[in-house]
Design a protein around this ligand. Structure first.
Ligand SMILES: Cc1ncc(COP(=O)(O)O)c(C=O)c1O
Length: 416
């Protein structure tokens, strides 16, 4: 990974404000887009803009491009077929939609397992479905000391009553990568389906839905350098068997039967563009091989960068990190680090950094259960620094230096 070369693909990274560069550490909230995404989007809107199914050039070209977008996402996720890829507005909308679709085969008295580590987009759709169908919710907590699940506790929540487990692949707060392959297998042992939120994992590693053995997996291209959009992967036989919520004239074929209405074609063109960008970073005989190679490199680069960030932050006694911090655990986390600065509210920290063109998140980032479990809901949540493969060691140092300066200026500095 050559950071200069990587950064040259992202026009937003070169922007300055009154001469001051921008430091994007808000990546778990949304990443900057690669030039290829912009080119694909502009090209679609300029040359190919049409609705589907027409007997004329732009409609045919548009349909072909949307097919390409499905095929590209199938390769990124390791799907067996582009028919397993469903595009939608965003992960949240797709999950609400799929929860309703799945609900047609669930019954009162059955159970859904949700976790306290998930973003609410993989909790509320299931809470509301359970309410509507008179199902029971089982909550899986995480250990606030280890920042992981206890799989024995998880196992104790599963029974023949379990209809579905809603799991998160990587936490948008703690950064923990969860053993979703094992957890999906355990769900299958009791006959339950597994629905995996991979929104925060896909930007940081190789996603392989077949190896995971889950039933559904959702992600959001705007979190991996593409446009604002959502993508759902579903096991083909499940998507084919589930009666879709669709209008009568709409095609009943996969995957379109689950893609309600007219999609963001320009967004799908942009998503094709981001897969092409990622593919360009890897080597191999097929697109999937190149993507796997690229994502392996990205993961290794980010693990080093994350360790550097954590080590630097730990030099400041006023800072508490909530998440895995050992060097050996870097492969079990994505480079999303949440922290508390003693005596300074998260919002004030974010404002201090924001005033210096350093962009970080504060609050609960809709991981309200995580922030609650850590006891930080009343104080306005925690600061979140989220790295991506286009961030550099110098940027990591810059945010840590700035935090150190803030602590010194605030007078909360610990005596050594
Ligand atoms: C882990 C996780 N899941 C789901 C979502 C929601 O995604 P979307 O904005 O595509 O609905 C987010 C957004 O931050 C997220 O971080």
């Amino acid at each position: 990974m050559n950071p200069d070369q990587i950064r040259s693909h992202f026009p937003a990274l070169a922007l300055t404000d009154a001469g001051q560069p921008r430091l994007y550490l808000d990546n778990p909230g949304g990443t900057q887009v690669a030039q290829r995404v912009i080119d694909r989007t502009v090209s679609y809107l300029t040359r190919t803009n049409a609705n589907g199914g027409g007997a004329f050039r732009t409609s045919r070209e548009s349909d072909a491009l949307l097919d390409e977008a499905h095929a590209a996402m199938a390769d990124l996720l390791g799907a067996r077929s582009p028919d397993e890829i469903v595009f939608g507005q965003n992960m949240t909308t797709l999950t609400f939609h799929m929860s309703r679709t799945l609900g047609q085969q669930f019954e009162a008295g059955q159970e859904i397992v949700v976790t306290r580590m998930d973003h609410d987009a993989n909790i509320s759709p299931w809470l509301l479905l359970a309410r509507d169908l008179d199902m029971t919710i089982r909550w899986l907590p995480f250990d606030t000391g280890t920042f992981r699940y206890d799989l024995d506790v998880y196992g104790s929540l599963l029974s023949e009553k379990t209809a579905l487990v809603a799991l998160n692949y990587a936490s948008n707060a703690l950064g923990t990568i969860n053993p979703v392959a094992r957890m999906s297998a355990m769900a299958h042992e009791v006959g339950a389906l597994s629905y995996v939120d991979a929104v925060q994992y896909v930007p940081h590693g190789v996603t392989d839905v077949q190896a995971l053995g889950c039933d559904f997996l959702v992600c959001s291209p705007y979190k991996f350098f593409g446009p604002h959009q959502g993508v759902l992967w579903g096991r083909e036989e499940l998507l084919a068997g589930l009666p879709p919520y669709k209008v009568r004239p709409a095609d009943d074929a996969l995957p379109i039967r689950h893609e309600t209405g007219t999609l963001s074609h320009e967004g799908m063109a942009g998503t094709l563009g981001v897969v092409e960008y990622l593919e360009s970073l890897g080597e191999g005989a097929s697109r999937r091989a190149r993507l796997v190679h690229a994502m392996q490199h990205i993961a290794r680069y980010e693990q080093d960068l994350c360790l550097r960030l954590i080590n630097r932050l730990q030099e400041l006694p006023e800072i508490t990190i909530y998440g895995l911090t050992d060097e050996a655990d870097m492969t079990d986390r994505v480079p999303t680090v949440i922290l508390d600065v003693e005596g300074i509210p998260a919002r004030s920290v974010a404002e201090y950094l924001g005033a210096r063109n350093i962009f970080v998140w504060d609050g609960d980032y809709y991981a309200m259960e995580v922030i609650d479990a850590l006891g930080h809901a009343p104080s306005g949540g925690l600061v979140r620094i989220g790295l991506a493969h286009y961030n550099t060691a110098q940027e990591v140092d810059q945010v840590c230096d700035t935090l150190q300066k803030m602590v010194l200026e605030s007078g909360v500095r610990h005596a050594f």
